[in-house]
Every structure is written in structure tokens, then in C-alpha cells.
Design a protein around this ligand. Structure first.
Ligand code: SAM
Length: 464
């Protein structure tokens, strides 16, 4: 790899005796990681199911290093949301923020959703996850990834962080700022990051990151936690951002991180006036020390203080015919209501189940108000792909006990491959909606009439 000369010089000056090992590591191929969706199954169970060689990662109990080059992004279990393919070091961030079930959590720069899916799993899908992405073009990938993950207690927003701070104020238990950065830690994976690097970019990112972190702080409740992360090595974008933040925010302090395998932050790389010793509480993942790319994480806690009121949504329940159509669908197809405690709402013909822990979403640019259940088509309910993926065997009664009409496939069944390609299937049986599953895990819908199952696997996701 041809590194920018200035970058190599900077890293040599910073890393000194470690520089050779670091620069040699950048010549090695990047490592792939996989994180298990514990909303759907336990890691041990996935290891039994998936024919891949996976070794555990020290800093994330649900994360694994993938050995070999099986195309795991093109496996039915991936389509069923059983795992997420994520760069190994990136898995340290949600572990550091450690959200708890029931928390109100904000992921301020969420697309494409790697860390949001991780946060949702750590929360056990209880509480509320707000996944925000300011770039509209990136919200589709975010929505698809959270959909595949089967998250119910989440909303997806597409707003400017400043507007969110003005709208909601300091109400979140946990806030994550996975900041846009110069991407030095991704040089092995991303030729684009390598091509666009310059010292000027590092400076520009640093300014933007300071502003973003200031805004994020306005959203953290007293006693709440704020995590800041980047995938870059430059101290200007890491320790210096935190030092400047702490100098302006006396009410926040760094919490020491205990991420197995991670190195300490480096206050000694900052000018004397910024070099506070507690910056060593931040963490760095180095490609020459761990099996992953470069990452930086800091965890800040806001001082305790009087609680602020969380602005609640004033939502109108869906009209009676909509609720009746949903109930009829539940009765005919599922046998139990997977969102029985949720308020249903409509947006045009689309029906959503709102998260049980609601926030006021008025005047917030919302992409998904909750779990999209489906659409009313001429008075009849048509289930969404999101609903299929959000059905879990861990539900109260368990999928096993459901009277859902379903058709289960082994992952290597040719009929499943044809289904994922968008073909109809010839399968005799009762007419109506059919939940398609792989090894018992929902993967999409079909609708049977006269022995033919019409394919409802979303066109944009079909295998070619
Ligand atoms: N957290 C994501 C994940 O794990 O998949 C990756 C986030 S990426 C490192 C940073 C994100 O910040 C990008 O999606 C980018 O669009 C967004 N972004 C860029 N400028 C921003 C700004 N000024 N405020 C907030 N987000 C911004």
C-alpha cells in the first residue's frame, strides 16, 4: 500500500519504536468480523449452525473474527438477520457505551447501522433506540440493517443533531457520537479513505467533531453517558477533541474503559496545555496489536443533577378499521400478537407499532416511527418485511408454539435460494400468508393461492 508521505511521517514520529510494526501491519489484508444477533439467538447456537471458522474477539462477547473467505454476506442466515458483518475493532464502541435494557439511547451518526444494531442487542430491544443519520442518502441502508436485525423498540430519524438537541434537550441515558473522521484506521479496507487523506482533512474533521460532540452533550441526561469514537489515529481527532471538550464542559468526566486488547489513550501526544493525564482513560485499538483496524473510543459521564422531563409523544391511535385489519391478520396468520402492548399508528396506508417508551417526534424528521407492521391494501392487511424479521423464537410463546402458517427451509434448500431470488414457489397448502423461515428463523413472506406461493421478498434485497 502506498501511504501518503505525511501520514507515514506523522505516525513514525508518534509511534517511535512501534512504527515499524504498525506500518508492517498496514501491509497485511484487513480482518473480517461477525457479530451475533442476540435478539434472535445465542452465539453458541450460531456457531453450531454456521459452517464458518469463527474465533472469539476479546473485547466483544458476541463478536468473532472470521477465518477464511466464505461469502457470509450472501448466506440465508445473514438475510434472516442472525449476524452482522462488522469490522472487529468497531465492536468495541457499543460495548464501551454499555446501554442497559430500558434505557433511552441515541446514536447520533448511525448509518449504515453497525453500532446501532449492536446497541439494540445490548439493550435486549427494551427501552428506546433513536438511530439518527443526517445524510438522507444513507438512511436507506440504516433502515434495512435495523429491519434485518428485527429491532422493534427503535425509531430512525434523519435530522440535524442541533435540531434534535433543541427539540429534546438532556434526556438520553446513553448517547453515541461515532464521528465522521479522516478514516486513517480504514486504510486497509478503503482505498477511498487512503486517496482522500490530507493534513487539511484531519484539521477539518477535528473542528467538525468538536462541534458535534458539544451538541451531543446537550442531549445527555444528568448522570448519563456519552461515548465518542472514530476510526482514525490522528490525536487531533481523538484525544485533542476530548481534551477541548473537557475544558469547556466541567460537568463531564472521563470514565476509564476496560476493553480487553485495547491500548490506553495518549495524552503525551498533545501539546502540554491539553495533555491532561485522565486522557489515558480513553482507548485505542491498533492494527499491529489486535486483529482489527484502527479505532478510538472515549466514554464520558455527565455529573448527576436534577432530572429533566422527557417530552412524550401525543399520538393518535390508528383508526378502528386499521386495528381490526391488523387483528384479523394476527388471528389468521400468526396466532399471537407480537406487539400487543404497542400503540398502532398510521402514516398514509402504512401501519406502525410505536415503541413502548415513546419520545415526542413532532417536528423531527422521521424515517421510521417504530416497527413497520405492514400496509392496508383495499381494507386488507399486507404484512411488511420488517414484521417478518422482527418475529422471534424468544417471544413469550415462542415461534415453535405459534400457529403461524410457515414454511421452513434448510439453508442449502434450492427452494430457499429460488425464494431469495424472487421466484414464486409451488407448494400445496392452505391459501393465505406464509411466513418463510430458515432453520426456524423468519426471512420473509409469501402468499399462497391454489398451491402457488407468490413471492413477497423485497425486490431491492433479492439475490441475483
Ligand atoms: N455509526 C455508523 C456505523 O457503525 O455503521 C458509522 C457512522 S460514520 C463513522 C459517520 C456518520 O456521520 C456518517 O453516516 C455521516 O453521514 C455522518 N455525518 C457526517 N457529517 C455529520 C455531521 N455534521 N453531523 C452528524 N453526522 C454527520
Amino acid at each position: 500500500m502506498t501511504l501518503p508521505v505525511q501520514f507515514a511521517q506523522r505516525m513514525r514520529a508518534l509511534l517511535d519504536v512501534e512504527a515499524d510494526a504498525f506500518l508492517a501491519a498496514l501491509e497485511q489484508p484487513p480482518r473480517a468480523g461477525l457479530r451475533v444477533n442476540t435478539l434472535k439467538l445465542a452465539p453458541d447456537h450460531l456457531l453450531d449452525l454456521l459452517p464458518a471458522s469463527l474465533t472469539p474477539l476479546p473485547w466483544c462477547p458476541t463478536g468473532f473474527l472470521v477465518q477464511g473467505d466464505e461469502p457470509l454476506g450472501k448466506h440465508p442466515y445473514h438475510a434472516a438477520g442472525l449476524y452482522y458483518l462488522q469490522e472487529p475493532s468497531a465492536m468495541a464502541v457499543a460495548e464501551a457505551l454499555a446501554p442497559r435494557p430500558g434505557d433511552l439511547v441515541l446514536d447520533l451518526a448511525a448509518a449504515p447501522g453497525g453500532k446501532s444494531t449492536h446497541l439494540a442487542s445490548l439493550m435486549g430491544d427494551e427501552g428506546l433506540l433513536v438511530a439518527n443519520e443526517v445524510e438522507t442518502s444513507r438512511t436507506r441502508a440504516l433502515a434495512e440493517n435495523l429491519e434485518r436485525w428485527g429491532v422493534r423498540q427503535a425509531v430512525i430519524t434523519n435530522d440535524d443533531p442541533r435540531r434534535l438537541a433543541e427539540r429534546w434537550g438532556p434526556v438520553f441515558d446513553r448517547v453515541l457520537v461515532d464521528a465522521p473522521c479522516s478514516g486513517e484506521g480504514m486504510f486497509r479496507k478503503s482505498p477511498a479513505a487512503l486517496a482522500q487523506w490530507s493534513e487539511k482533512l484531519v484539521e477539518g474533521c477535528s473542528l467538525r467533531q468538536r462541534r458535534l460532540l458539544d451538541t451531543a452533550a446537550e442531549l445527555v441526561r444528568p448522570g448519563g453517558w456519552l461515548a465518542y469514537s472514530t476510526c482514525t489515529f490522528a490525536p487531533e481527532e481523538n484525544e485533542a477533541v476530548i481534551a477541548a471538550f473537557l475544558a469547556r464542559h466541567a460537568g463531564f468526566e472521563l470514565r476509564p474503559l476496560t476493553l480487553t486488547g485495547a491500548a490506553l489513550g495518549r495524552p503525551d501526544w498533545l501539546p502540554d496545555e491539553l495533555a491532561r493525564p485522565d486522557l489515558s482513560h480513553t482507548a485505542r485499538l491498533w492494527p499491529h496489536r489486535v486483529t482489527g483496524e484502527g479505532h478510538f473510543v472515549a466514554l464520558l459521564q455527565r455529573a448527576e443533577g436534577p432530572k429533566t422531563m422527557t417530552p412524550r409523544a401525543k399520538v393518535k391511535d390508528a383508526p378502528r378499521p386499521v386495528r381490526a385489519a391488523w387483528r384479523a391478520f394476527v388471528q389468521a396468520t400468526l396466532g399471537m400478537d407480537p406487539v400487543k402492548d404497542a400503540v398502532l399508528t398510521t402514516r398514509g396506508a402504512h401501519v406502525y407499532a410505536l415503541p413502548t417508551k415513546a419520545l415526542d417526534m413532532e417536528r423531527v424528521k422521521t424515517v421510521r416511527a417504530g416497527l413497520w407492521l405492514g400496509t392496508l391494501e383495499r381494507g386488507r392487511f399486507e404484512p411488511s418485511h420488517s414484521l417478518a424479521l422482527a418475529l422471534r423464537s424468544t417471544d413469550e410463546e415462542g415461534l415453535e408454539g405459534w400457529e403461524a402458517r410457515r414454511l421452513d427451509f434448510a439453508p442449502d434448500d434450492d427452494r430457499l435460494r429460488r425464494y431469495l431470488q424472487g421466484h414464486p414457489l409451488e407448494e400445496p397448502g392452505e391459501a393465505g400468508w406464509v411466513l418463510m423461515t430458515v432453520s426456524g428463523y423468519p426471512i420473509g413472506w409469501g402468499r399462497r393461492a391454489q398451491g402457488i406461493i407468490k413471492n413477497f421478498y423485497p425486490k431491492g434485497l433479492r439475490w441475483h
